[in-house]
Design a protein around this ligand. Sequence first.
Ligand code: FMN
Length: 357
Amino acid sequence: MNSFGMKLKFSTFGESHGTAIGCLLDGVPAGLKIDEEFIQSELDRRKPGKSEFETARKEDDKVEILSGVFEGLSTGTPIAMIIYNTNQKSKDYTNIKDVFRPGHADFTYFHKYGIRDYRGGGRSSARETAARVAAGAVAKLMLAELEIEVLSGISEVDGIKSEVYDYEKAKTSIIYALDPEKEQAQKDAILKAKSDHDSVGGVSRVLIKGAPKGLGQPLYYKLDGVLADAMMGINAVKAVEIGDGILSASTLGSKNNDAIRAGGFESNHSGGILGGISNGEDIVMNVYFKPTPSIFKEQHTVTTENEEVDFSLKGRHDPCVAVRGTVVCEAMAALVIADMLLLNMGSQMDRVTKYYK
Ligand code: FMN
């Protein structure tokens, strides 16, 4: 499947070393001010080659809007966006033409489709996530009109955990670090792995502020379920927690429950979601990224003919995919919330009456 969402639906196309990647976003209400500079700035946050903490591949990731926008406003018709690939070095991948990179999707894509697009991983490459960021930027513009904000940052690298979550600080950090006190150690861990020809994992913490109560479609399109699906669908994501997540399983009900007062909840262990529906509190998620599979140490693998070989990879790869991945988490979260807002509009008769009468 290459599409996601119900009322706000997007599809992406393209592969790492093809001509272009892009998305088709359907369901954006007419009259939304489309700020192209903002969309580009979101792509710039994700684009590779900005620092030594990322792959040295340089892509401009210039986005072009092909349809669905007239005189700066959405027209209610599908918004198509395209990003041309400009920095493919397919020959970097000739040494893995017939071998599978351990940890990558090369093995499973080959066994599923019987075709080997070895150039940068083809469609399984996270290059595709640039298209999600473009779609997510439009969703963010929609959310901004309702004063809903999606923020994120890196809360952990190689087991070095943040103790504070400063989302404003994360905006200015080259690795989007949430804790200024931990940033240097986290950077050092990335550079150490890189110089060892290895890679490290990390965690993105996502915060959705200002979401109203009532978002989420029980039982089978629950807000937490769809957010988890959206996050797990991002390359290299191995786990997602909503609120206290895994910790909730080892605590008492009396500690885990968020007591309710007239002015709201006294705590937010639930991460802003109860019964699959937003409760008006901040929505909080931890998204766990594994270490980048493409590393330069010698590894055991097999060829497409199932012959065992030892090989060392060449090319340019992110030493910690969580860093750029956090921008993708924001985009996917924004798309889910925008979809849920549109879906929720018909949930009570008086809203329907108010609209039509
Ligand atoms: N994997 C690599 O091997 N090299 C990379 O440079 C790389 N960059 C990535 C950048 C981002 C923003 C993200 C989110 C992931 C990146 N990945 C990279 C991860 C792979 O795409 C991913 O691990 C692979 O498709 C296998 O899928 P899985 O890890 O979800 O099982």
